[in-house]
Design a protein around this ligand. Structure first.
Ligand code: ADP
Ligand code: ADP
Length: 237
C-alpha cells in the first residue's frame, strides 16, 4: 500500500528530514510513529500525500509512484488520503455538519457549503460519519462550542466523509488532555478495524502509541531506528 524505497528528503536549507528510509506498510495497518521533536515524523507523513516532495529514492502509494502524479491525478490521489492535524483545522464559526461537508468542497463549489445547499446523499454521508465517531447529536451545533476532543472527532468525521483509503494523523492528540486523548485514539482504532483504513499516527506519547497502534515505527534524525509490533516494544524504546 505504502512503500518507501531508499527515500531521502533534504529541505532547501540543507536540513535532512528523511535519511534513506525503507518501509512497507500494508493496507489496513495501524502504525504509530514515535520519535522526539524534529526527528522527521511530520516529514515522513507529508511525503506520503506529497505535501512535501522527496529528494531521492522511490515512494509508491496505492500502486502509484507519488512523484509522477500531476494535476487532476494528484488531486484524485490526495482525496484518497485523509489528513488530521494537532490543531483541528475546523471552520469554528459554522456548524459541525457543514464542517464535515467541507470534505466535498473539491467537487462542490464552496458557496454551496456557505449557503448550506447540499445533496441529500452527501448530507446522509456526513451524518453517518458523525455517527461513526459518536457525535451525531452535535451535528447542528457550532464547532466552536465543542470541546477539543469533540472538535478532533469532527475533523475525523470530515476525513471519513472523503472515503479515504489512508489517514495520516500528525500529533492528533497532542493538544488533548489524557482522558480525551485515549478516547480519540480509540476512535482511530475503531475506524481502522471496522473500515480497514490504513492509519499512520505521529505521536510523541509512547504509552498511547503502544496501547492503540499495532505496529510501532521509531524515527530519529530522519532514520528508522525501530520497526516492529507494539506488543514487542519494551519500555526503553
Ligand atoms: P517531527 O515531526 O518529528 O517533529 P519534522 O519532520 O517536522 O520532525 O522535522 C524534521 C527536521 O526537518 C527538523 O530538523 C525540522 O526542523 C526540519 N524541517 C521540517 N520542515 C522543514 C521545512 N519546511 N524546511 C526546513 N526544515 C524543515
Ligand atoms: P507542525 O507540528 O504543525 O508541523 P511545525 O512548527 O513543526 O508545525 O512546522 C510548521 C511549519 O514550518 C511546517 O510547514 C514545517 O514544515 C515548517 N518548518 C518546520 N521546521 C522548519 C525549519 N527548521 N525551517 C523551515 N521550516 C520549518
Amino acid at each position: 500500500m505504502i512503500e518507501f524505497s531508499n527515500v531521502s528528503k533534504v529541505y532547501p536549507n540543507g536540513v535532512v528530514g528523511l535519511d534513506d528510509v525503507n518501509l512497507t506498510i500494508e493496507q489496513g495497518e495501524f502504525v504509530g510513529i514515535i520519535g522526539l521533536s524534529g526527528a522527521g515524523k511530520s516529514t515522513l507523513l507529508r511525503t506520503i500525500n506529497r505535501m512535501h516532495d522527496i529528494t531521492s529514492g522511490t515512494l509508491t502509494v496505492d500502486g502509484q509512484e507519488v512523484k509522477n502524479l500531476k494535476g487532476k491525478q494528484l488531486r484524485k490521489f490526495r482525496r484518497n488520503i485523509g489528513m488530521i492535524f494537532q490543531s483541528f483545522n475546523l471552520v469554528t464559526r459554522t456548524t459541525v455538519i457543514r464542517n464535515v461537508l467541507m470534505a466535498k468542497v473539491p467537487e462542490m463549489p464552496f458557496w454551496r457549503v456557505l449557503l448550506g445547499i447540499f445533496k441529500k446523499e452527501d448530507k446522509l454521508n456526513a451524518l453517518e460519519a458523525l455517527d461513526k465517531v459518536g457525535i451525531l447529536d452535535k451535528a447542528y451545533i457550532r464547532a466552536d462550542q465543542l470541546s477539543g476532543g469533540q472538535q478532533q472527532r469532527v475533523a475525523l468525521a470530515r476525513t471519513l466523509a472523503q472515503n479515504p483509503k489512508i489517514i495520516l494523523a500528525d500529533e492528533p492528540v497532542a493538544a488533548l488532555d489524557p482522558v480525551t486523548a485515549k478516547q480519540v485514539m480509540s476512535d482511530f482504532k475503531k475506524i481502522n478495524q471496522e473500515m480497514n483504513i490504513t492509519i499512520l499516527i505521529n505521536i510523541h506519547h509512547v504509552e498511547l502509541a503502544l496501547a492503540y497502534a499495532d505496529r510501532i515505527i521509531g524515527i530519529r534524525a530522519g532514520k528508522i531506528v525501530y520497526d516492529g509490533p507494539s506488543a514487542d516494544v519494551t519500555e526503553d524504546v
